[in-house]
Design a protein. Structure first.
Ligand SMILES: *Cc1c(COP(=O)(O)O)cnc(C)c1O
Length: 376
């Protein structure tokens, strides 16, 4: 390795001429709204997931989560169990509906929701649980479904980071109650910004399709057949959350690349695991690295030097991140109670660069700097 200082981004999308051509196709069509491209993307995602469930594309992952919770018709004050360590989007999606996100603790090994803690927070107002596929891993999801069955809860999987992952030999999104994915600018694939709701509940799916278009009933079906809705009825509150054809065109080009992106992300994780393995001061999360497509690569610094490592790596040109501050400590979502594991983990975690354009040399540069930090 040369002594030359590199500049390594934490995350980025990877786009090229395929996406450019796709945008140009829509550009030349002179229609940027929701039409044939969105319809095609939904079909292609459905095929990719090999699912019988309905696939509904919207303009962000947060909108996907919001629509999922909104269309369950929870009442003000109803409660949804959410792990404290997640992007604030999970919490906002719940509170936007008037329901209350109830912060739960996480397991320190995987940062997945701690169901023993969640159990303590169940009340007669609890209507749903929103497990998060943290760092793309949802290995314990079957336990969440058993828990939900016991307490009669709906399950909204925040699978924002999990597109492309496989569990028990099937794609994440192939089955489940409701799953929400994100295609924002840095996720496993991007459509510029974008989100996906997948559900097998036909009634809910229709509500969500209408709700993305201001509640205009059957507007999706008319737009997909090239028509407009002039005379319509509205029964429910809706939003302006539909995806545009220009976004869908980018998403389609990206979806075609997902298998190769998935392979590269797994390789990068494997290189991190092997090159950092001998450093005693860090610990890896216990995730199903062989089957997930990691959106982020998170390590735990267990000797109290997380902040110092963070600053050192930034100085060395390695952009690092922090996923996430516990939501139960944010002003809006502050809890009376403590969440021990969430508090502990939030002092330990640091996110290393992860995107498909990183070279093996880039990764070795990062791992070399981490090793050097602990040697000093
Ligand atoms: C990215 C993300 C979201 C929100 O998705 P957007 O498309 O950015 O709105 C929600 N939850 C988690 C865990 C995420 O990583």
């Amino acid at each position: 390795m040369t002594g030359e200082k590199k500049s390594i981004r934490l995350s980025k999308c990877s786009v090229g001429t395929e996406e450019q051509d796709a945008v140009l196709r829509v550009f030349n069509n002179q229609y940027f709204g929701m039409g044939k491209e969105v319809q095609a993307l939904e079909q292609e995602i459905k095929s990719y997931l090999k699912t019988e469930m309905e696939v509904i594309c919207v303009n962000t992952g947060t909108a996907a989560l919001h629509l999922a919770v909104h269309c369950l018709d929870l009442k003000a004050g109803d409660e949804v169990l959410v792990p404290s360590i997640t992007y604030v989007a999970s919490f906002q999606a719940v509170s936007a509906t008037g329901a209350k996100p109830v912060a739960c603790d996480i397991l320190t090994d995987s940062v997945f929701i701690d169901l023993a803690d969640a159990e303590k927070r169940v009340t007669e107002k609890t209507k749903a649980i929103m497990p998060v596929h943290y760092a793309s891993d949802g290995s314990d999801i079957e336990k969440v479904y058993a828990f939900a069955k016991k307490y009669n809860l709906r399950v909204i999987e925040d699978a924002a980071q999990a597109l492309g992952c496989v569990r028990d030999g099937v794609q994440v999104g192939n089955k489940g109650d409701i799953l929400c994915f994100s295609m924002d600018g840095i996720k496993n694939i991007t459509s510029g910004e974008g989100g996906i709701v997948v559900t097998g509940d036909k009634v809910l799916a229709q509500r969500i399709k209408d709700a993305r278009l201001l509640g205009v009933e059957k507007d999706t079906e008319r737009r997909f057949s090239g028509e407009r809705s002039w005379h319509f009825d509205v029964h429910h509150q809706g939003f302006r959350y539909h995806m545009s054809d220009i976004m869908a065109a980018i998403g389609r080009a990206q979806l075609a690349k997902l298998p190769q992106f998935a392979k590269r992300r797994k390789e990068i994780a494997a290189q991190y695991l092997s090159e950092l393995n001998s450093i005693d001061q860090i610990k890896f999360l216990k995730l199903d690295y062989a089957n997930i497509v990691p959106h982020i690569f998170v390590i735990r610094v267990i000797n109290g030097q997380r902040n110092a490592l963070f600053d050192y790596l930034q100085e060395q040109g390695v952009s690092v991140g922090f996923h996430y501050n516990p939501n139960h400590r944010l002003t809006l979502y502050k809890t009376e109670y403590q969440l021990k594991n969430a508090d502990l983990i939030s002092e330990q975690i640091i996110t290393l660069p992860m995107h498909v354009d990183l070279t093996n040399e880039d990764i070795s540069y990062v791992t070399g700097k981490v090793a050097q930090f602990f040697r000093n």
